[in-house]
Every structure is written in C-alpha cells, then in structure tokens.
Write a protein that binds this ligand. Structure first.
Ligand code: NAD
Length: 294
C-alpha cells in the first residue's frame, strides 16, 4: 500500500510558515503584502474560489483587494483596472479569476498584468522566465505539485517523470519545473500512442488530464510516486449525489505506487497556499527584502 501524500496537511503547514514570514515582512517594511483579485461576472465556482483566496490572504496577514465587476463590463474597463493595479504600490500580486465572460479576450487581459505582479504565472513573460531559468512566478498548481514531490522524494535529479497533459496552466509548466530539477521528462497528451507503456517507465507520474480515474494501477511502475491533479465530479453511490475523483484510479494505483496524492486532499489545497507563497515572494522582490531572512 502506497504512502499517502497529505496535501492538506502540507498546505496547512506551508500557510503557517508563510504567515510567520508575512509578519516579519510587515514588521520590516511597515506594510502588509497585498493581493488584488479581480472577478468579472457571476460564475458560481469562481465566486467560491475568490472567497477562499480572500480568506486565506487575511489569515496569512496579507491585504486582500477584491474587485468584483459585472459580467457586461467592457474589456477596456477591465484593462484599465489591471493598469491601475499594476501602478498601485499597495498591490504586490494581481490575479484575474478565469474564466472571463464570453466575448472577452482572456489572453489580452492576462498579458496586461505586470509580470512582476503575475502571481498566477500565466503571462507569457512568466512562462518565458520559467523556460529560460530566470526568476519569475510559476503557476500555483504545478508549483504545489513540485513542493509535494520534493517533500516526498527529496532530490529529484535523474528521475524519469511523465506528465500527462500539456495545458499552459498545469502540464507545460509542470514539465518545465521537473526539467529544472534535472528529471528526464516526457509530456504525454491526447495523441500519445501507448500511454500505459509510456507511464510504466516513470518514477514520477503527474496526471493533469480531466478524465476520471483514467490512469490505472497496472500502468504504473511499482514504487512510482503519483501526483493526481485531476478534479472530476462523478455520480456518487447515493442517487442524486456526486463525489470527486482524480485522473488516477486510486483503488488500483494505491497497491502499486510508492506514494500517491488522494483526491480530494492532495494537490487541491496546495494551489491557494502557493498563491500566498508567490504573493509574499512578489512583495519581497518589490521591497528588496531577503525572504530567507524573515
Ligand atoms: P486541460 O483540459 O486544459 O488539459 C487537459 C490535457 O489532457 C490536454 O493537454 C490533453 O492533451 C490531455 N488529454 C486529454 N485526453 C487525454 C487522454 N485520453 N490521454 C492523454 N492525455 C489526454 O486541463 P487542465 O486545465 O490542465 O486541468 C487538468 C485537470 O486538472 C482537470 O481535471 C482540472 O480540473 C484539474 N485541475 C486541478 C487544479 C487543482 O488545483 N488541483 C488546478 C487546475 C486544474
């Protein structure tokens, strides 16, 4: 039976550590790190995310600036809000909650964010910095996955890793992070020919597909470390109820893997903790504060 990688506990301790560092930052600079979150429209899931981000900021001792705009906001008005936040000295990080209402050019809005405040790591500047090894912000979900992997395995150097999924927000940055740790990285995707065979060679498997329980236990190399990013809602046992499952078939994978993240309680809680981590980093860089000394 695989060791359970407890993302919930790891995220809680990370948030506690960040709260301590934040107090140090505030004592040193006389101001709190600030995160601005922009929500356009009424998307129910986005409202929940924005509320949790706000609560997490406050709990960590950070300033949270919420901007809620109606769904029919003109793109030009959203862009001018982003420009205003770029210039606001109290704001260290800017997050525009996706998806934006239909008709808005998400890419144009994201690219308008100052890369030095891009705590979501979604701008092309951030992607380019990650690719070329320059300091910058890394998307929160893959960053959280990497933290869990390093905590579970220590040095990742020389390990073979398969990332299933090639999205800009999870798969591609995840692969870059693993490459930065000197793993031998394969990116698998919807056109990969023999996915089970590809996965079987890996010491590390990161599944970010969005297909419930796709990765089976007999695809895995015995002892592999499995990070399940997927969040899929499927019908539950009771009529009318649903339950969350990952992209990995936990029931069969746990008997083969060496360590595995559960869903829920694995990668999910790491995302907001990493947002706080990035926001504090942004604040430290802007103020010239050495975070390691906090
Ligand atoms: P996406 O839809 O943008 O990308 C999915 C990727 O999976 C694509 O690159 C595609 O090539 C690949 N794919 C699709 N079918 C495949 C198949 N049959 N075999 C191999 N590869 C296949 O999704 P995303 O935004 O990267 O998210 C992936 C999953 O992670 C989703 O379940 C999402 O809900 C979840 N997610 C979780 C968090 C978190 O905080 N835990 C954050 C972001 C996304």
């Amino acid at each position: 039976m695989a060791t359970l990688i407890d993302g919930k506990a790891f995220a809680a301790s990370l948030r506690e550590r960040i709260a301590g560092e934040t107090a140090g930052f505030t004592a040193k600079t006389g101001r709190k790190p600030g995160l601005a979150v922009v929500l356009v429209g009424e998307d129910a899931a986005s409202q929940v995310y924005v509320r949790s981000k706000h609560k997490a900021c406050i709990a960590a001792g950070m300033e949270s600036f919420e901007h809620r705009l109606p769904a029919d906001t003109a793109e030009a008005d959203l862009l001018s809000l982003v420009a205003q936040l770029n210039g606001d000295a109290r704001v260290d990080g800017i997050l525009v909650q996706l998806p934006l209402p239909e008709g808005m050019d998400e890419n144009a809005v994201i690219q308008a964010i100052d890369p030095d405040k891009d705590v979501d790591g979604f701008t092309t500047a951030s992607a380019g910095r990650l690719l070329t090894g320059l300091p910058g912000f890394v998307a929160c979900t893959p960053l959280g996955c990497l933290m869990l992997l390093k905590d579970a395995l220590g040095d990742l150097s020389g390990k073979s890793a398969v990332v299933i999924g090639r999205s800009n927000i999870v798969g591609k940055p995840m692969a870059q992070l693993l490459l930065r740790e000197s793993c031998t990285v394969t990116i698998a995707h919807s056109r990969t020919r023999d996915l089970p065979e590809t996965v079987r060679g890996a010491d590390i498997v990161v599944a970010a597909v969005g297909r419930p329980e796709m990765v089976k236990g007999d695809w895995l190399k015995p002892g592999a470390t499995v990070i399940d990013v997927g969040i899929n809602r499927v019908p539950g046992e009771e009529e009318g109820k649903t339950r969350l499952v990952g992209d990995v078939d936990f029931a069969s994978a746990k008997d083969v893997a060496g360590a595995i993240t559960p869903v829920p309680g694995g990668v999910g809680p790491m995302t907001i903790a990493c947002l706080l981590h990035n926001t504090l980093d942004a604040a430290c860089r802007r103020e010239g504060v050495d975070r390691t000394a906090l």
